[in-house]
Design a protein around this ligand. Structure first.
Ligand SMILES: Nc1ncnc2c1ncn2[C@@H]1O[C@H](COP(=O)(O)OP(=O)(O)OP(=O)(O)O)[C@@H](O)[C@H]1O
Length: 704
């Protein structure tokens, strides 16, 4: 399936929507300037602390301002991508940006012809290609899904409310299991599927707008193509993605449970950010597995796909910060490299299966009708079979046999009709390219499309050249300049220095901003890391103290990681019964009722070995170590202790006062003690009337 691999960067386009009435009413200013010819966006900080603070400048593969039309965005950016999909490449277009910046407007658009978005325009391009391509059979199917709170929902099946799971298979990559796939025979079929999906997306949610802002919608188109003379099938897949609003949840003022929920909603988006960051930095590990969205878009980011990211921004001052975040995010995505490969000779193509099944049915019909019917002409009319058979049966004596034959004939007629119906329904799923060539395409239309592609390519080249020119201008300027005198040279150098200084300042500012951003993100990560570590410690504490060692090792043996569900699962334990073992009921070693368990435990304080400790509530101690109060030492005892240990600092000796009455120490007399110490140590031991004196080395510190 693999052919020549060419590295191709993710194409990044920025589109700025018109200022809204709400923003005008709030007296917001326009802080975004768009330069489509140079692919440049300039943003002015409305809260600039210093007058000389430089505007931020970003360069992309293409930029579109508030006057841009849906047609120009499509023709110049998406049309070439869809053309590649029709050649057998994978393609992906995703819209990213803050809520209300025009992602849905760009992707879906509005109902009127001029404002149709990328998705319906892609349908039109696909079908206009199919209708004019002769000698090719197509199988086109669509799927529509949404990811909300890390759960995947099928948007083409309203009743299917159960979240779907992701699966991974070699050769097929990551896919959603049990996701409904609908075959389409026209652009109208696709529009219908899109509308059904959009309807299902919003039903059931209390706040329609809020729901669509917080969920990611992915419309998948798969096109299988089989050329008549070739026995192989090629396949192009197109993912059209409308992402959730990218604003930071901490900024929405959500706290507590609401913030938790919000962070779950945005998990996919922040994972997408991490994946883009890791790809841009050429990291060894790309965290695709962190979320459902990144797993599904794995091919589109750094994999086998041609990808376009459309970053949507608003022009108003009130959104300055979010606009900058989106622009930085988009800028980073520019350095992602993909390796698109044409999917040729696809072995598991549905189209192949379909063709084989159609061929099998045709053969079967021919066999059953003894070659009387050409499956191509079969229209549910099998009377011919009956007429012929009635002519051949005239004999009165063979009445019974005739009836039997008629019955059989009737049966085969029904069977052939049934097969014919099945055949027609299968054939319906496939589309023969070039069918409507006369009605749908004329020379003008083809020429128009070619011209559009040429204009788009020329515009792209122009932007690239303009950017290149600007880069080279700086280095060439010096060479071009003819210096009349030294003064002029100084002037020129000063000018250049000034320009470079401005550039340096803007870069410095950018580095500073990035650093602040980085610190903020690092802090957030550290916080969540601490929380996770604390949770882990807590869990380990519970395991160490409350789960018996054998139970722990049993669980470790049973636990296994399921790649598909991205979760740990417990295998079913095999139980071995030896003869004479008592039967096990309800997982307890001996049958006891729930009543007995609940009532026996608190009174006796006993716990059964078979009880599942993980289900039990933790008995917290009444007192913790923090509640510990040091005992107050009786002043007499304190004084006595002080009296017993005395340091003779001058002589560097410690004087130990023995018990006041007598010199016996555990039954040893004074003389005996004296002798024993003298022998045992090199230190001098003097035992006075009621003092034992032990000389200590000079280096030693006194210990009380
Ligand atoms: N380029 C544009 N030209 C004209 N109107 C636009 C443009 N972009 C967006 N709008 C208008 O701005 C409003 C918000 O756009 P839209 O709903 O597409 O935003 P969104 O980013 O998809 O928001 P959400 O994240 O909530 O889905 C809509 O009324 C839309 O018609």
């Amino acid at each position: 399936m693999t052919r020549a691999v060419n590295n191709e960067s993710v194409q990044v386009i920025v589109r700025c929507r018109p200022i809204s009435e709400k923003e005008v009413d709030a007296e917001c200013t326009k802080v975004v300037s768009v330069y489509p010819k140079r692919g440049v966006i300039e943003v002015e900080n409305p809260k600039a602390k210093a007058d000389n603070e430089k505007n931020k400048i970003f360069t992309y593969d293409g930029v579109y301002d508030w006057n841009s039309t849906q047609q120009s965005v499509y023709d110049e950016t998406v049309r070439p991508l869809v053309a590649s999909v029709l050649e057998g490449y994978n393609g992906c277009v995703f819209a990213y940006g803050q809520t209300g910046t025009g992602k849905t407007f760009t992707m879906e658009g509005e109902d009127d012809d001029d404002n149709r978005g990328i998705i319906p325009r892609a349908f039109e391009q696909i079908w206009s290609h199919i209708n004019r391509t002769t000698g090719v059979e197509f199988l086109v199917s669509v799927r529509y899904l949404e990811i909300y709170m890390e759960e995947i929902r099928d948007l083409l099946k309203a009743k299917n409310t159960k979240p779907l799971e992701l699966r991974e298979m070699t050769g097929q990559g990551v896919f959603v299991s049990h996701l409904h796939s609908q075959t389409c025979q026209s652009a109208t079929d696709m529009i219908r599927a899109m509308k059904i999906g959009n309807h299902n997306r919003t039903t059931g949610s209390t706040n329609m707008n809020e729901h669509s802002s917080r969920s990611h919608a992915i419309f998948q188109i798969s096109i299988e193509m089989a050329e008549a003379e070739k026995k192989s099938v090629k396949m192009g897949k197109l993912n059209l993605v409308d992402l959730a609003g990218s604003e930071r949840q901490s900024k929405t003022g959500a706290t507590g449970e609401r913030l938790k929920e919000a962070s779950k909603i945005n998990k996919s988006l922040s994972s997408l950010g991490n994946v883009i960051y890791a790809l841009a930095e050429n990291s060894a590990h790309i965290p695709y597995r962190d979320s459902k969205l990144t797993r599904l878009l794995q091919d589109s980011l750094g994999g086998n796909s041609k990808t376009i990211m459309i970053a949507n921004v608003g022009p108003a001052s009130m959104n300055y910060e979010e606009t900058i975040i989106t622009l930085r995010y988009a800028y980073r995505a520019k350095s992602i490299k993909n390796q698109p490969i044409k999917n040729e000779d696809v072995k598991d193509a549905k189209l192949l299966e379909l063709q084989q099944e159609i061929e099998r049915l045709r053969q079967l019909i021919m066999q059953k009708s003894n070659g009387k019917f050409n499956p191509e002409d079969l229209n549910g009319e099998t009377d011919e079979l009956e007429a012929e058979s009635s002519d051949s049966e005239d004999d009165d004596g063979k009445e019974k046999e005739k009836k039997e034959k008629e019955k059989q004939l009737e049966l085969s007629k029904m069977e052939i009709d049934e097969l014919g119906k099945k055949l027609r329904s299968l054939e319906k799923q496939m589309v023969h390219g070039g069918k409507n060539i006369i009605d749908s395409v004329n020379e003008n239309e083809i020429r128009l499309e070619q011209q559009r592609a040429e204009i788009a390519a020329r515009k792209k080249r122009e932007i690239e050249m303009q950017q290149q020119l600007e880069l080279e201008e700086e280095s060439c300027l010096e060479l071009k300049q003819v210096f009349a005198n030294l003064q002029q040279e100084v002037e020129f150098k000063r000018e250049k220095l000034k320009r470079l200084h401005t550039k340096l300042q803007s870069i410095r500012q950018e580095i500073k901003d990035n650093h602040v951003e980085y610190l903020k993100e690092r802090q957030e990560l550290a916080d969540s890391n601490d929380e996770a570590a604390m949770n882990l410690r807590q869990k380990f504490l519970i395991i160490d103290n409350f789960v018996p060692a054998e139970e722990r090792s049993r669980l470790i043996n049973l636990a296994q990681f399921d790649e598909n569900t991205d979760n740990w699962l417990l295998k079913k334990e095999k139980r071995f019964f030896r003869p004479g073992d008592r039967p096990v009921a309800h997982d307890y070693r001996r049958p006891i009722s729930d009543y007995a368990i609940t009532h026996a435990i608190p009174s006796s304080g006993m716990r059964y070995r078979a009880e599942n400790v993980l289900d039990l509530k933790l008995d917290m101690p009444i007192r913790t170590t923090q509640d510990y109060v040091r005992p107050t030492i009786c002043p007499q005892v304190k004084a006595a202790v002080k009296n017993v240990i005395k340091q003779d600092t001058e002589n560097n000796r410690i004087v130990v006062k023995l018990a006041p009455h007598g010199f016996s120490m555990r039954g040893i007399s004074k003389t005996e003690l004296e002798g024993r110490y003298n022998k045992a140590s090199r230190n001098t031991i003097e035992v006075h009337n009621n003092y034992r004196v032990r000389q200590i080395p000079k280096s030693a510190k006194p210990v009380y």
